[in-house]
Design a protein around this ligand. Structure first.
Ligand SMILES: C[S@@+](CC[C@H](N)C(=O)[O-])C[C@H]1O[C@@H](n2cnc3c(N)ncnc32)[C@H](O)[C@@H]1O
Length: 188
């Protein structure tokens, strides 16, 4: 693992852990390197299941690989689902969120890049090029805060909390980012 991957995974974990309990069974959608899942497990004692569309050969926690649309789990199989910096790589964002909603009892946590200004548009463009090489797909769909909130509402999810994620977490990619705590029923 690269040093920056370890640092950013720690930062991601710091934005999630306060919402998690040792008894939780958690689904990490788009788990990538598996580091976030590993740190959550170590810090909270929760059980984390990793899910991704590809198998990262170096992943510390191996994911279940799926087609990116239909998740191979029963309804409400998980207490919490997390999806960190994944949705902007997905062309069917609503369908993926609806699957997360189906397999989760209530709490869904999203961390996302958010377009707030011209600098963010530029960084998003660079990220699109980088993603083409890193993930073999140039497809990205970024949104502003209003756009993400609209998408969540459109999936019937309630926004219980919203917060800023530090831009400095990745010095080479200081885009605006936010966290969203969502639920099916509101006010967890
Ligand atoms: C930027 S990485 C984020 C990895 C991890 N969540 C983290 O924060 O370190 C994006 C991940 O999303 C995955 N991904 C892309 N489309 C997906 C989909 N439809 N469902 C689940 N994961 C997907 C990619 O394979 C990649 O591992």
């Amino acid at each position: 693992m690269f040093n920056y991957e370890i640092k950013t995974a720690y930062n991601t974990c710091s934005h999630l852990e306060k919402f998690l309990e040792a008894s939780d069974v958690i689904l990490d959608v788009g788990s990538g390197t598996g580091l976030v899942a590993e740190y959550i497990r170590k810090k909270t004692g929760a059980h984390v299941v990793c899910l991704d569309v590809v198998q990262d050969g170096h992943a510390s926690e191996k994911p279940i690989v799926f087609d990116g649309e239909k998740m191979p789990f029963y309804d409400e199989a998980f207490d919490v689902s997390i999806c960190c910096f994944v949705l902007h790589h997905v062309s069917f964002q609503k369908a993926l969120l609806e699957e997360m909603k189906r397999v989760t009892k209530s709490k869904i946590i999203i961390l996302e890049d958010v377009i707030e200004n011209r600098g963010d548009h530029f960084l998003a463009f660079i990220h699109k090029l980088y993603s083409g090489f890193r993930y073999s797909s140039f497809y990205t769909q970024f949104r502003n805060n209003h756009g993400w909130r609209w998408l969540f509402s459109n999936c019937g999810l309630l926004i219980d909390k919203e917060w800023y994620v530090e831009k400095r977490r990745e010095i080479t990619y200081p885009i605006s980012r936010r966290g969203y705590l969502l639920s099916k029923n509101g006010h967890l």
